[in-house]
Design a protein around this ligand. Structure first.
Ligand SMILES: Cc1cc2nc3c(=O)[nH]c(=O)nc-3n(C[C@H](O)[C@H](O)[C@H](O)COP(=O)(O)OP(=O)(O)OC[C@H]3O[C@@H](n4cnc5c(N)ncnc54)[C@H](O)[C@@H]3O)c2cc1C
Length: 400
């Protein structure tokens, strides 16, 4: 009997991949190994409805799904090393216990990210990062007794957490060293437009200033800024980015991508790594894009797309009839849904199509070609641009 197909990481990528493999007719043994004790769940609600207390159940599939699909789901188990020559992984129970060697025919790595911390944040209660369900619950449990919060970092997670904490009645300040929220993802002009949504609802946004320390002995009391300001805080949330989880690859010889291109596991355009029969998907994976450029993406739709592509590649399914992929992500901040279709880039030209102070639509272009549309509260106007993005439409045609 041939060895099992083994997937490391029981998050969105792992859960989607097992479903895709079964849907495409794979009948062999499937092992899904996950470090967390929970069955695979969805992360986007963690910074939104879970934090505000409006949602508790975020499981991607009910437990029975894995039984019905004959998936050997092993939660609370951590893969600690890989031997590509022997086609085996070492698996250890997170709670301690004996390590086991598991053989694979094909191995797919979907181990996601770990949130970054700050050296001076260590060991202080009231300081949080947000990646897991447990992280969200730990933060949620402190909201009731708190009146002030400082969010460090105005990326998507920082902005969403700020909106959720503000919705719960906390006085929230977001501190961001760049000149606008979301400046890296959307550029300064559009980031500033998103920042207005927060400012209008009472969130203080302090841009262009770094954090120098977190005050308080055991429990946080505030945050000090490079300009000498001290902000009081019962809660501090670090939203300063994440790093790919690749520690278990040490000694495996599996190549990593350059940090300049986002790091993570280096893959070709269908997710193959440098080791035979080993693929990587999701936030941890650095795939080559259609121009051969390595890039790592940290958005939900990208994971779903990569899981499907890898299933096709492994099973040899012809995907020439598949709907062409256009990158998409969304972010809910207060009642406003910010959406992006295409590849918005901070260096692109920005064209404001409409803007009423909260809701807006913006087109991006590079070298005269339409590259992305970003909207706030404008789902229809964003989604209808899909074909124009695929056609690489000259921006002049759209600006009329
Ligand atoms: C708070 C939050 C909000 C988000 N909101 C949005 C949003 O609004 N829109 C959007 O487009 N995207 C959003 N995202 C991003 C989206 O959720 C991610 O892109 C997606 O979850 C990535 O899936 P993944 O399978 O690659 O990684 P994950 O979902 O992180 O799963 C990886 C799993 O692998 C496990 N693992 C790691 N190492 C090992 C090991 N050695 N052995 C076994 N298991 C291991 C981890 O414990 C984890 O459970 C959000 C993410 C977060 C954290």
């Amino acid at each position: 009997m041939s060895a099992a197909m083994v997937i490391v990481g029981a998050g969105l990528g792992g859960a989607r991949l097992v479903a895709d493999l079964r849907n495409e007719g794979y009948e062999g043994e499937l092992i899904l190994i996950g470090k967390e004790a929970r069955i695979p769940y969805d992360r986007p609600p963690l910074s939104k409805a879970v934090l505000t207390g409006d949602k508790d159940d975020v499981d991607l599939q009910p437990q029975e799904f894995y039984t019905e699909k004959d998936v050997d789901l092993r939660t609370g188990m951590c893969v600690t090393s890989i031997d590509p020559d022997a086609h085996t992984v070492t698996v250890e129970p997170v709670e301690g216990g004996e390590a086991e060697t598991v053989a694979y025919s094909t191995l797919i790595l979907a181990t996601g990210l770990d949130p970054r911390s700050l050296p001076f944040a260590a060991g202080k209660s009231g300081v949080h990062t947000l990646r897991t369900y447990d992280d969200a619950m730990a933060l949620r449990s402190e909201i009731e007794g708190a009146s002030t919060a400082v969010v460090i970092g105005a990326g998507f997670i920082g902005c969403e957490v700020a909106a959720s904490l503000s919705t719960k009645g906390l006085e929230v300040t977001v501190v961001e060293p760049a000149l606008a929220p979301l400046a890296i993802a959307l550029g300064e002009q559009v980031g500033t437009m998103v920042g207005r949504i927060h400012a209008d609802r009472g969130v203080q946004i302090r841009t262009g200033v770094g954090v120098t320390g977190i005050t308080g002995e055991d429990k946080v009391t505030g945050v000090t800024l490079a300009d000498g300001t001290e902000l009081p805080a019962d809660i501090v949330v670090l939203g300063i980015g994440s790093t790919p989880v690749v520690d278990y690859l040490e000694g495996s010889g599996i190549a990593l991508a350059d940090r300049e291109f986002g790091g993570g596991i280096a893959c070709d355009e269908v997710g193959r790594t440098s080791a035979p029969d080993v693929y990587a998907i999701g936030d941890v994976a650095n795939w080559r894009d259609e121009h051969g450029v390595p890039s790592r993406v940290e958005h939900w739709n990208n994971v779903v797309e990569q899981a499907a592509k890898v299933a096709y590649a492994i099973l040899g399914v012809d995907e020439s009839n598949a709907r062409p992929f256009v990158p998409y992500f969304w972010s809910d901040q207060f009642e406003v849904k910010v959406q992006a279709l295409g590849h918005p880039s901070a260096g692109d030209d920005v064209h404001v199509i409409s803007d009423d102070g909260t809701k807006f639509v913006v087109y991006y272009s590079r070298d005269g070609v339409f590259t992305a549309v970003v909207g706030a509260g404008k789902a229809g106007a964003v989604m209808k641009m899909r074909a124009k993005l695929l056609e690489k439409t000259p921006i002049s045609e759209l600006l009329g």
